[in-house]
Design a binder for this molecule. Structure first.
Ligand code: ATP
Ligand code: MG
Length: 201
């Protein structure tokens, strides 16, 4: 029997939107990934970034966005970690839980992947998983060549339908009362409205 392929989609998810969901789902389809785990980042320690919405709200929205999709789940691994959260530690924890590196896929948009060389212990990351990256509007594909070869060797680039949205834009629209319908899942829209998120951002 083939072993189960696991995809990890990390993000601040403040809030989660259809760009995230589409990138993760296209990665899943393209690479035959069996299950996808969404991993919202924890609250920044020492309140470095005080304008980030509390982790519990971002976690709740990620649950609402993925509920009912059989292959999807949400992990609290970074939310429950006390210190700074680093991708490399998250991948190590998934491997410690029994997933083999050859079955582990870490999914990002291209903007995130192009910053990988600034991540904590990034040299270790290509040993732990396959990297999957999807094009994102506004970020030229040409940046991939600038990544070190040992990263590129573990990187799979996928073309996906382009969704020119970001959480930043959704927060601004929510703040200005411009409407976010069809940019985020319906239940996420309701959650943002009922909790008055982003009104003072
Ligand atoms: P913010 O504007 O607050 O930075 P964001 O929309 O960039 O939010 P993040 O939580 O920072 O969302 O991103 C999580 C992951 O999702 C990253 O790997 C990012 O590249 C990817 N991503 C975000 N938006 C899109 C999109 N529209 N298409 C493809 N990938 C995306
Ligand atoms: Mg971002």
């Amino acid at each position: 029997m083939n072993s189960m392929k696991t995809g990890i989609m990390g993000g601040t998810f403040d809030p989660i939107h259809y760009g995230h969901l589409l990138a993760a789902e296209e990665a899943r389809r393209n690479l035959g990934i069996d299950r996808l785990i969404f991993v919202p980042t924890g609250d920044p320690p020492h309140k470095k970034d005080h304008h980030i919405t509390p982790a519990e709200d971002r976690y709740a929205m990620t649950l609402l966005a993925t509920a009912g999709v059989l292959e999807y789940s949400v992990s609290r691994i970074e939310i429950d970690r006390r210190d700074d959260t680093h991708t490399v530690d998250t991948l190590r924890e998934f491997i410690a839980s029994g997933i083999k590196p050859e079955d582990l896929y870490f999914i990002t948009g291209l903007d995130a992947m192009l910053s990988i060389t600034s991540w904590f212990e990034y040299e270790k990351i290509p040993e732990l998983c396959t990297l999957v990256t999807a094009r994102r509007p506004g970020y030229p594909v040409s940046g991939i060549e600038t990544l070190p070869k040992f990263v590129r060797d573990k990187l799979k680039y996928i073309e996906i339908p382009q969704f020119a949205i970001s959480s930043t834009e959704i927060r601004e629209r929510a703040r200005d009362g411009r409407g976010i319908r069809f940019l985020v899942p319906h239940l996420v829209e309701i959650y943002i409205e009922s909790n008055n998120l982003y009104k003072n951002s």
